[in-house]
Design a protein around this ligand. Structure first.
Ligand SMILES: [Zn+2]
Length: 704
């Protein structure tokens, strides 16, 4: 580690990162002159040569993070050690290098701590395997192991031997081992610190190198299982171990094999929490006969995974039922409305709907989440429609169902295999019985169809603007298509309210823009107009807040239409309207005339279909002699007006002979930008892509 790498490491730490017991803060370290940093680097070099560290750098404070809402036992806590910042920098730097170097040597089923790997991949792969097993009638069976406190029980000697075997440099191991040996850890309880505790086993959670240690143990686990049991497929995510096999008869010996491994490693396999599974009735019978603990569904890295055809979702339901605490907290919070909406979108839904692509939820549950969020936002009122408030007035992902649909599409794009998913989707809509109704692709299919999109016989999605592949379009385009579809979903479920008539063709973006131009108090009032809150006597009578539906200001019967366009009391406010406008108001949909939703242009669908249907022109061929100088450009007409913009691009072979004019230069390719998203940036990127495609196969150097 050098002064530069240390400085780089410090600049990438989060500003709010806690300092260790040595009291040296990030601000202190960032303010240090080069000479001081150089001294710190000398400490590292000394430690790597001798294994000796200054005690204050490696002493740690243990913060106990509760794993459950009401923790009672030691096992209910996760002990995170906060070590000195300098030691953490050294550890992070080395761990990152080691993990990068190891990456290509890791077995495919190892997911923990690897770059670009995340827990969703593990359970989604498992779910796709289960689906395939049903289709091909394979007796897929498996073990889900529970290792108690893996980090605390890892035998250090074994970890270091294994680390040396995989080639981790000896000086790093020496410094690491030295630090662990003298590391005093003090437990922090209610602000007080315990006397120091030392240990000769386990790795502290909170040190980056511990992840390396666990990763190496995972490598050994994979090697052990593959060696003694080549018929099984081990999967691991840090200390979460699973074994899959296609023959349920092998499960008992595989479990014994796994037990031998944990015993050899001095780890505790919790037999009560170690479950077995099988997707077929035959497999389950075999496992039951062997007296193994069999589960039909289980929580797997936070997601609810089902192993039988019976649809369950209790992991998610339990989490959602615990949501009312948060709504109450949100309600009494002093934050402004915008911050609360953000909290719902970025904190509440990720927490309660984690792993939602794994299983379906009932409309009632989504409804209960919506009304909870409305309470939290203090937006609940008679007549206020939660779907309109969360999904249309706010960014559509503020609606829990929309959020769930988006997550399901994202997970499929990130982790699914395109050919397989599209093929299964097509088979499901064709009526195939091979896939159970609770399989992962079925869940995706249900969510896509909820939007009103359908799936064609090649597994492509079809919306208002034509067909497209879930895997082909960019996330921005998918979002655009979804945002134009969502008002129709909301309109269908609010069709019983007259004031929302015509909501399906409202221009949500335009309405939001106008809403934002108001001051904060008017925004709050106008949201009530938009979301259907009852504020006229007819609505209040309906929910027994008023005795009659007579207008408060005249003797007519009251309604939104009456107040806005008829009541004589407010005539002066309509004086700016021309007779033409006055005449057409009664013909406008009530979503506009009574609830204030801006309407889409009637040509919007045709306009989008036109761009979606533009063909990709064939790549022009060109001959090049010598270095290729290409100038590309893209531009957009009316870039600010989303409903009116259109873009084009050009690729020019630039010539050095005509510097002041276009002599010798040649337009290689030019045209309109195909695709539904018309923007200058996309046109620019598309031009570069075309240039690369034109020059592909040419041996000359290309300058763009
Ligand atoms: Zn009136």
């Amino acid at each position: 580690m050098t002064v530069e790498t240390l400085r780089h490491c410090l600049s990438h730490k989060k500003a709010a990162t806690a300092s260790g017991l040595d009291g040296v803060s990030l601000t202190d370290l960032r303010a240090m002159p080069t000479a001081a940093l150089s001294n710190f680097v000398d400490i590292f070099t000394h430690a790597e040569a001798t294994g000796l560290w200054p005690a204050q750098i490696v002493s740690g404070r243990v913060a106990c993070i509760a794993k459950i809402p009401e923790p009672q036992k030691a096992l209910d806590f996760r002990p995170i050690t906060v070590l000195g910042l300098l030691y953490r920098c050294w550890g992070t730097f080395n761990a990152r290098h080691i993990i990068q170097q190891l990456d290509e040597h890791l077995p495919p089923g190892l997911f923990g701590s690897r770059p670009q790997r995340f827990a969703g991949q593990v359970w989604s792969q498992l779910l796709w395997s289960i689906e395939q097993a049903y289709e091909q009638e394979i007796h897929l069976s498996g073990i889900i192991a529970d290792i108690q406190k893996a980090f605390n029980y890892l035998p250090r000697l074994v970890v270091f031997e294994c680390c040396a075997l995989v080639g981790i440099p000896f000086h790093v191991l020496r410094a690491w081992a030295g630090a662990l040996t003298i590391m005093p850890r003090r437990f922090q309880i209610n602000g007080a610190l315990s006397p120091p505790a030392y240990s000769n086993c386990g790795l502290p959670e909170g040190c980056a190198l511990s992840c390396v240690g666990m990763m190496v143990i995972d490598m050994v686990y994979h090697a052990w299982m593959s060696h003694f049991f080549p018929m099984c497929q081990p999967l691991s995510y840090v200390d979460d171990w699973q074994v899959l096999m296609t023959n349920p008869g092998f499960l008992q010996p595989a479990l014994q094999c796994l037990e031998r491994f944990t015993q050899a490693m001095d780890l505790l396999l919790d037999r009560r929490k170690t479950h077995t599974l099988s997707v077929s009735a035959y497999g389950r019978q075999i496992l039951r006969e062997q007296g193994l603990d069999l589960v039909a569904s289980d929580r797997n890295l936070g997601a609810h995974v089902q192993f039988t055809r019976l649809h369950t979702n209790k992991t998610l339901v339990a989490r959602i039922q615990g949501a009312h605490h948060l709504w109450h907290k949100l309600k009494i919070s002093a934050c402004n409305y915008a911050a609360k909406v953000r909290a719902v979108r970025v904190a509440a839904w990720p927490k309660f709907l984690h792993g939602v692509p794994a299983t379906t939820l009932s409309l009632t549950l989504f409804k209960s989440l919506r009304s909870g969020a409305m309470r939290g936002l203090r937006a609940e009122a008679a007549g206020a429609n939660p779907m309109v408030q969360l999904g249309l007035i706010e960014n559509s992902a503020t609606d829990p169902h929309n959020w769930a649909i988006q997550q399901t599409m994202r997970l499929t794009r990130d982790c699914g295999q395109r050919e397989r998913v599209e093929q299964v989707l097509a088979e499901i809509v064709a009526g195939s019985e091979a896939f159970p109704g609770n399989s992962i692709t079925h869940t995706l299919c249900t969510r896509l169809q909820f939007l009103g999109w359908h799936i064609n016989d090649s597994g492509r999605l079809v919306d208002l603007f034509g067909s497209f592949s879930l895997f082909e379009v960019s996330m921005a385009e998918l979002q655009y298509r979804l945002d134009l579809q969502w008002p129709k979903v909301v309109a269908a479920s609010t069709a019983h309210r007259r004031c929302f008539e015509g909501l399906g063709t409202c221009d949500v973006a335009d309405t939001r823009r106008w809403l934002l131009s108001l001051d904060v108090a008017d925004q709050a009032l106008f949201r009530k107009v938009l979301n259907g809150t009852h504020f006229t006597q007819d609505g209040k009578m309906f929910c027994q807040e008023a005795p009659t539906d007579e207008c408060l200001y005249c003797a007519c019967s009251d309604s939104r239409y009456h107040r806005f366009w008829e009541c004589t009391r407010f005539e002066s406010l309509r004086s700016g309207l021309t007779p033409d406008v006055r005449r057409c108001i009664c013909d406008l949909p009530e979503a506009l005339s009574c609830s204030g939703w801006s309407m889409q242009p009637t040509t919007l669908c045709e306009w989008n279909c036109y761009f979606a249907g533009l063909p990709h022109m064939p790549i022009p061929s060109a001959m090049f002699h010598g270095d290729i100088y290409i100038f590309t450009d893209g531009s957009c007409f009316n870039q600010q007006l989303v409903n009116q913009r259109f873009a084009g691009y050009a690729v020019v072979l630039a010539s050095c002979t005509g510097v002041y004019d276009c002599r010798g230069s040649e337009v290689l390719d030019a045209g309109h930008l195909p695709g539904i998203l018309q923007s200058a940036i996309r046109a620019e990127v598309f031009a570069v892509l075309r240039a690369l495609q034109i020059a592909e196969g040419s041996a000359e150097r290309l300058f763009l």
